[in-house]
Design a protein around this ligand. Structure first.
Ligand SMILES: CC(C)(COP(=O)(O)OP(=O)(O)OC[C@H]1O[C@@H](n2cnc3c(N)ncnc32)[C@H](O)[C@@H]1OP(=O)(O)O)[C@@H](O)C(=O)NCCC(=O)NCCS
Length: 171
């Protein structure tokens, strides 16, 4: 199955949709960011104004399917938990519609996102993620997308699995 995935930077006008996605139980359980539309609009503006992260809306075949947050590990708390490289990027993901999860869409999206980050950022050698070790669908989707397990991290609110997609020789 092929999809044409695109990521575009989120804008405050996306806040209603993102807030709806974040309120879905399958997302809320892992993200804990079921915020109001107003708070999401502020959050998007806050991130857009800084260097830490880039909030994005993901589309598959032109349909908006979820929220992706790309972040520079060197500006993130994750930098305290593993020997990061200056150019590592991290990814957080949420597919908003529960009827679309568990069908292989996430792994294809994550593969496309990692490929795009590595293509856009020549100095970046690794794209990383830190799913909760109990979030089996997420861990399996990252594995299927070409990320490898790099050990457990004890974060303040969860035990996470550090997952790493490393640039290949061909890339
Ligand atoms: C994480 C997420 C992006 C993955 O996308 P997806 O489309 O569900 O992923 P895929 O269908 O590609 O893969 C899911 C895998 O988990 C498995 N899975 C799904 N539900 C499961 C469950 N309850 N128990 C065990 N395995 C499960 C599927 O079988 C599949 O693995 P397999 O094909 O190797 O057997 C999506 O589920 C999501 O947005 N979840 C809510 C938010 C979230 O958890 N974000 C991640 C935070 S790090």
């Amino acid at each position: 199955m092929s999809d044409l995935f695109e990521l575009r930077p989120a804008v405050p006008a996306d806040a209603p949709r993102i807030a709806l996605w974040m309120s879905q139980p399958h997302v809320l359980r892992w993200w804990h960011q079921s915020w109001s539309v107003e708070r999401w609009a502020q959050e998007i503006e806050r991130q857009a104004a800084g260097d830490h992260s880039v909030p994005c809306v993901a589309t598959a075949d032109a349909e908006e399917i979820g929220y992706v947050e790309l972040y520079r590990v060197r500006h993130d708390r994750l930098a305290e938990y593993y020997p990061y490289d200056e150019n590592d990027w991290g990814v957080h993901v949420a597919i908003g519609d529960v009827t679309r999860v568990g069908r292989g869409l996430g792994r294809r999206l994550l593969r496309a996102v990692a490929d795009a980050v590595l293509a856009d950022e020549p100095a970046c050698q690794r794209v990383v993620a830190e799913p909760d070790i109990e979030n089996t669908p997420s861990v399996r989707a990252f594995l299927a997308a070409g990320f490898d397990r790099h050990g457990e991290l004890q974060l303040p609110e969860k035990t996470a699995l550090l997952m790493v997609r490393t640039r290949t020789v061909e890339e």
